[in-house]
Design a protein around this ligand. Structure first.
Ligand code: FES
Length: 167
């Protein structure tokens, strides 16, 4: 019977053989795989966190950076209708009233931030979230929970476009 224990020197020798510099060794391949998985996890977790933290800053920067928006062909918007567009990062609403006048508002409800909509048949701007009502010509809050009116933009109409800008 040959009962011989493996010495620690033999283990070291075995490890040395496994950890050769061969890039295609099993150990190297597993390390590479673990690094890739770790990087993927870091990205999967880190990117949403980055987005969550950066969003208010990005929004504020985007909202304040834009001071004027040109809307080509908006001058042909039919009277009694409205169009939605983005003023920077903000949803906004351009209204061409039946009397020929124009109005433009930030379309974010001042209550809890839902997007408002133009309801020409009821002569109002309405927020469906909690029934907020705004005056369609001034943007003033006239009913429901909104604490104040909509932000008003200046409207300039030319033959080629409508330009809206901060007041
Ligand atoms: S969010 Fe518009 S009324 Fe509440």
């Amino acid at each position: 019977m040959h009962d011989e224990a493996i010495s620690s020197e033999q283990y070291e020798t075995f490890d040395d053989i496994e950890s050769t510099d061969d890039p295609l060794s099993r150990r190297g391949f597993v390390k590479l795989g673990m690094m890739l998985v770790g990087t993927a996890y870091a990205g999967a977790i880190g990117y949403p966190v980055y987005r969550y933290l950066a969003t208010p800053v990005t929004r504020a920067a985007g909202a304040s950076a834009v001071t004027e928006v040109a809307l080509p062909d908006a001058q042909s918007l039919e009277a009694g209708s409205a169009m939605m567009f983005r003023f920077g990062t903000r949803p906004s609403m351009l209204i061409h009233h039946t009397d020929g006048s124009w109005a433009c508002f930030d379309a974010v409800c001042t209550h809890l931030g839902c997007t408002v909509q133009f309801e020409p048949q009821k002569n109002r701007i309405y927020c469906a979230c909690h029934g907020g009502v705004y005056d369609m010509k001034t943007g003033d809050a006239v009913a429901g929970p909104p604490p104040r009116g909509l932000k008003v933009y200046v409207v300039e109409v030319s033959d080629a476009e409508v330009v809206v800008s901060r007041a």
